[in-house]
Design a protein around this ligand. Sequence first.
Ligand code: SAM
Length: 370
Amino acid sequence: MTSELGRLIARRIALTGPISVADFMAEALGHPRLGYYRRAMPLGAAGDFTTAPEISQMFGELVGAWLAERWQAMGCPAPVRLVELGPGRGTLMADALRATRAVPGFHAAADLHLVEISEPLQDAQKAALGEFEPAWHPSVDDVPDGPALMVANEFLDALPVRQFEKTPRGWTERMVGLAADGETLRFALAPGPSPFASLLPPSVRNADLPPGTLAEASGPVAQLATTIAERLARQGGWALIVDYGRDAAAPGASLQAVRGHRGVDVLDRPGETDLTAHVDFAAVAQAAAAAGAVVFGPAGQGDFLRRLGIEQRALALKARASEPARHAIDAALARLIAPDQMGTLFRVLAVGDDRSAPPAGFSNTPSDTT
Ligand SMILES: C[S@@+](CC[C@H](N)C(=O)[O-])C[C@H]1O[C@@H](n2cnc3c(N)ncnc32)[C@H](O)[C@@H]1O
């Protein structure tokens, strides 16, 4: 049995033909009534997945310290747009703002903007952040002009990707069509080489790869990186992007589906299933640099948090904690920074203007994105 949205997508395909994987992902996550991020509360133990700020307050606190340091490096502009893309339950920003209360002038200067499409999550953000009087926007393009500090944790992985398969005739797009029963969603290959294969990085597109090799590219991710970088380069500011992904362009298909903390088939019950793809950080860095911003990283989340002092923060929290709470802090620390947990798979990238000193958390020189 598919979902109500699955039936709607099948009807659309029956009437108008197969759709790209990117269109399927956009519908499955963002359909105005039935999309995954429009309907449910996806985060937390009862939801489908958990995220770094939900694991420990230390994550948001250190991100807050990073943002406040960037504000000072920019010369303490007031106002500064403090922007979070995809804030989930508002936990990261609430921890960040609590941790920066003592930074002179920062809260008075910060003007909070949340980019969010989910109504249930907007309600949660209202509860967590109401005292800071945030403004909500459907897109980062709607955030008012001015110097900005931005953070996006596990946001880019929800943006649609196209998938391609190498065939003897070139890169062909993987589509979502229908099985013989006319109802069940199925992957199918477009009949000929795809013009959208130009989105693939040249090192993948032109590589000598065997037929059947899959590859992914996300136009919306590159577009978002360009939009943010152009703005920051022109109007001043910094963005911190954290997500799971790869540092260098590589073939492979990473699109995955999770429901109730378990992996499921990508086409199974759209609208009730979270879909994510690994972020191509090389593409993000290149797009940002081409738009005139400086780029630091990607660094592993473990290295980034360690450089910001997460181990010292854990010790300070443990000093006033009960025995069970001390174990919980150790477990959360390991989850965030251990190489076999989130420490290496999750990557951190900073994008900013070229007028402020290098940011904390990275090796000191801007990344070479050529
Ligand atoms: C995986 S959750 C991450 C939440 C939060 N950053 C955290 O770390 O807990 C993705 C977030 O992005 C939002 N989102 C997903 N796609 C979006 C889009 N196209 N526009 C705006 N928000 C979106 C979701 O509603 C959710 O708040």
